[in-house]
Write a protein that binds this ligand. Structure first.
Ligand code: NAD
Length: 495
């Protein structure tokens, strides 16, 4: 790609796979329709790939691996940096693709594109650090060290909620570490993955290093998970599917990274800065239409400030705008099926006696009728073990819980199968640090939202939120590389 060249990233009529450096339809020619969640209208057709397409992509990745791994990490980082900078050069076009696929505002899409660029720039720098360890040996004239090595073909599977960031979080560290990649794009956001691969190939990334397979989970994801040549499966998605992925890939002893769901608590203590806590709660629960693994879906509030917090919260929700323009706070949910599931969960909760304080229904009227818009929804007082308290809803829905104090708040926060993120609002340093120590989560936030990760910081969860690995940060290198322990006897005659 010549410097300054502008690529045409408009979504094509059929979004293809990228296999071995070429765009390809599904081998059997099948396709499915991708709809715009804001309008319900067709955006494009998508290659409906199956096992034979996965086979071709894995073969291309396997063939590209020896040459790619033999580049220095610095050289691989140079490719990653070039891709990140080209995404930045095409930021507006990428934001448009994300906007058209997800219905989120261009403003939010731009933010997400920027996050992907930042991840690329951070990971590119890791190519120059690439630290191992040297140490001493019990034997004279012998050096001991630990160095990183790539794994092989990386099978990457992602969710649709923040499409370009999800691609960046997996593809950049995977190829930086010397692996070649087969990305199974999310079926709801096929064009974003296609466009990133387009940029990478225009820049001259060697064929087969980054392959994209479009399609559904059962048809295109499952064959990748089961493929004997995929040395690692890195999966971001629901806990239910993650369990299957872990079982299938684990049975063939592949490395498995699982980044799964959350049911993230935000505790508001009696000494909290209430306006700040309300704003953090609203952003945690509703930004990106609640389609975040780190969404704040359980608001746990001390009795002393409960009524005031609730009043301020409802007042703030009354000012939320739902739509696709840059003045909107959030947009539609990703597809009709997800919307139906959310409405069903709300009805189940209502039938069990939970109060629906606000929302709880699909939005209608001009601008809403054909899309998948759910009103911002606050539930009050569900039981801690009710389905709505336990299951991730992945939409603009949160619940309020009243507690008598700190011990009860932390106990309720921890009463979950998940353990991804958690936040507390308090002015007490002691309380904050007690919370940090006791909360069962991979991310703990004091006086902030439940989301908001940074590229140089590890992200991931405990319990049903993951399997102990972390993405982003230097820790991502531990996902996509393995250690090699090296002994060098530098005076062979002395042994
Ligand atoms: P999902 O599990 O239904 O799908 C995720 C991906 O897995 C998609 O690409 C899908 O096609 C694929 N898939 C589905 N079935 C498969 C199978 N049998 N084999 C292989 N692949 C399969 O999840 P979703 O509803 O699309 O995404 C939302 C979920 O993702 C939420 O649970 C959310 O919390 C989670 N998520 C987690 C993180 C994190 O970092 N922890 C980040 C974003 C989203």
């Amino acid at each position: 790609m010549v410097a300054g060249a502008v690529l045409d990233l408009r979504i094509p009529a059929l979004v293809p796979n990228w296999i071995g450096g070429r765009e390809r339809p599904a081998g059997d020619g099948r396709e499915f329709a991708k709809l715009n969640p804001a309008t319900g209208s067709r955006v494009c057709g998508v290659a409906r790939s199956g096992a034979s397409d996965v086979e071709a992509a894995v073969a291309a990745a396997r063939a590209a691996f020896p040459a790619w791994r033999s580049l220095t990490p610095v050289a691989r980082g140079d490719y990653v940096r070039a891709i990140a900078l080209a995404i930045r050069d095409h930021a507006e076009a990428f934001a448009r693709v994300v906007h058209d696929e997800t219905g989120k505002s261009l403003r939010d899409a731009r933010g997400e594109v920027n996050a992907a660029v930042e991840m690329g720039l951070f990971m590119a720098g890791e190519g120059r650090r690439w630290y191992g360890r040297t140490t001493t040996s019990a034997v004279p004239h012998k050096t001991a060290m630990v160095v990183r090595q790539p794994l092989g073909v990386a099978g990457l599977i992602i969710a649709a909620n923040t499409p370009i960031a999800n691609v960046a979080w997996k593809v950049f560290p995977a190829i930086l570490c010397g692996n070649t990649a087969v990305l199974k794009a999310a079926e709801d956001t096929p064009a974003t993955a296609w466009a990133v691969a387009m940029v990478a190939h225009a820049l001259g990334l060697p064929s087969g290093v980054f392959n994209v397979v479009q399609g559904f989970g059962e048809e295109a994801g499952a064959p990748l998970v089961a493929h004997p040549d995929a040395a690692i499966i890195s999966f971001t998605g629901s806990t239910a599917v993650g369990r299957t992925v872990g079982r299938v890939a684990g049975a063939r002893l592949a490395k498995v990274c699982l980044e799964l769901g959350g049911k993230n608590p935000l505790i508001v203590c009696d000494d909290a800065h209430l306006p700040g806590a309300v704003e953090a709660a609203v952003m945690s629960a509703f930004s990106n239409a609640g389609q975040r693994c780190a969404a704040g879906s359980r608001l746990i509030v001390f009795d002393q400030v409960y009524d005031e917090f609730r009043r301020l919260l409802l007042e703030r929700i009354g000012r939320l705008r739902v739509g696709t323009g840059d003045d909107a706070d959030f947009g539609p949910v990703i597809n009709a099926g997800q919307l139906e599931q959310m409405l069903a969960a709300i009805e189940t909760a209502r039938a069990a006696g939970t109060r629906v304080l606000v929302g709880g229904h699909r939005l209608s009227g001009p601008g809403y009728d054909c899309g998948y818009f759910l009103a911002p929804t606050i539930l009050e007082g569900p039981g801690p073990d009710d389905p709505v308290s336990r299951h991730e809803l992945f939409g603009p829905i949160t619940a309020l819980y009243r507690v008598r104090g700190f011990a009860e708040a932390v106990a309720l926060a921890n009463r979950s199968d998940f353990g991804l993120t958690a936040a507390i609002w308090t002015r007490s340093l002691h309380r904050a640090m007690e919370f940090v120590g006791r909360i069962e989560s991979g991310v703990a936030v004091v006086n902030g939202a439940t989301y908001g990760s940074e590229p140089h910081m590890p992200f991931g969860g405990l319990k049903a939120s993951g399997n102990g690995l972390r993405e982003a940060g230097t820790e991502a290198l531990d996902v996509y590389s393995d250690w090699k322990t090296v002994y060098v006897n530098h005076d062979p005659g002395a042994t």
